[in-house]
Design a protein around this ligand. Sequence first.
Ligand code: AMP
Length: 576
Amino acid sequence: MVMSYPEIAKAPGRVPPNLADYEALRRGWSWDAVRAELELPGGLVNQANECIDRHARRAPDRLAMIWEGSDGRVERLTFEELRRLTNRFANVLRELGIARGDRVFFFADRIPELYVGVFGALKAGAIAAPLFSAFGPEPVAERVRRADGVLMVTTPRLLAKIEAIRADLPSLQHVMVIDRERGATGAHLDYMRLMDGAADEAAIEPTGAEDWSLMHFTSGTTGLPKGAAHVHGAVVGHYATGKYVLDLHPDDVYWCTADPGWVTGTSYGMFAPWSNGVTQLIYEGGFGAGKWFELIERHRVSVWYTAPTAIRMLMKAGARIPQQHDLSSLRYTMSVGEPLNPEGVVWGQEAFGLPFHDNWWQTETGAIMIANYPSVPIRPGSMGKPLPGIEAAIIDDEFRAIDEPMREGQLALRPGWPSMFRTYWKDEERYASRFKGGWYLTGDRAKRDADGYYWFVGRDDDVINTAGHLVGPFEVESVLIEHPAVAEAGVIGKPDAVAMEIVKAFVSLKDGFAPTEELRRELVGHARQRLGPGVAPREIDFLPTLPKTRSGKIMRRLLKARELGLPEGDTSTLED
Ligand code: AMP
């Protein structure tokens, strides 16, 4: 039995949920009513103003950020301090000649300067593009190239990866190094020195709701990653979901474990909490079961947003660990990124008295679209119901809504919500292909039950979801075939008990190369070095040839079916 939030909310010191009655809010929903709760001066909207400056004016000393470094160092920033620092960074950018709409990339660990940098860029009207710091040089180069990045902001630890690709990136005018230890930054721009010399006040670029703000890259079945571009008006969706799905209240300490290199780390690790004026914990380090519970205890985290892979790793570490900590501050917990198994939902309940509330969305949607809410009973294994204000459907192959309960189809959304992406950068055609029959096509398969709960089935494409991060097989295959021994490569997601899927590659070799263990290790090393550990294949198998269609396309579907011992399905297009 999973306890619902109203029961939890009755406990002493607990707060009633912002979303008290799902159906009533859905019936009466108005995005304009949400907008009225924001500032939107003169109809303009800049995410940095809504997330930082308006709070700094009302409550300058309110804590925006509690940061804990990997080494245990703790730093705190108020909204006013954040306002001034982001102003300084906006001034630094303007001084460099960065103009409205320029793409500014960030390649850094979760340090305070990353957050200052992104919001400073937004104030200057630039498009901020944060990248995952575990990427190898190849994924970084692809993304900067696709978006013609003009500035790369990074740290000494990651600088070598940028230096390795810089010559291939003609658009990149500057590299700026954030050296917290204030060492020498060589031939590059010095973030610390530039910030020291910058003024505390800056005018925020007068951006409107449809002006570009942020770019996140996402993978598809074919081709290299696409830059999903978002606009300043998205903050309306971040604020609304922060209020109704994250259930943020003024006194909360909120912790989102996602990295800003992925959309959860910006929408919910920057915009949703801060547009709601809430203090958030930012932890520089990675996963550690004991460490994570220690952080919740030390910083009195009340609302926690994490991911199924992390929950499964916590489960593996055992229920004894949470019991060794005082987790009484926690009142609400959520999960996103991959299907959350019912065991994960219930484990939270057993281990610390709170079920995990699953929710669903993707880079393109910009904000949570389907969710479990505090006041709606959870059906463990379901991702919940559409956000009030969002129309979702299960559609058939002709893009018609399927009304029959529990019939599988593609999950689709009626376009027009504020945080929806507005293009794939320089790829309008692909963007247009995501809209059919009046729907936005999510590319996910799902079902809806008779009571309106949605159940995830799987992806409609070959994209791999490993630990909640999407990996495009093409990107991995391209790097593998660069190796002199490799003739062909096919990459699939292999089911995994913890990470949901791992990246697995099949390769055939060129004449004169033998499939030895040594070569396998060399290929894994090559891929890790180029792609980074999160993207590179964990397993590589050798095959004499790969199954291909008559037109020469590698049949990943067949590789996967064979790997899993499943029926091979339609093989009529297979080459002889
Ligand atoms: P991304 O664009 O990288 O955020 O990945 C979005 C994709 O992750 C979705 O299209 C789904 O395939 C998957 N996903 C996200 N949240 C969930 C969830 N709660 N349950 C199942 N799959 C999810």
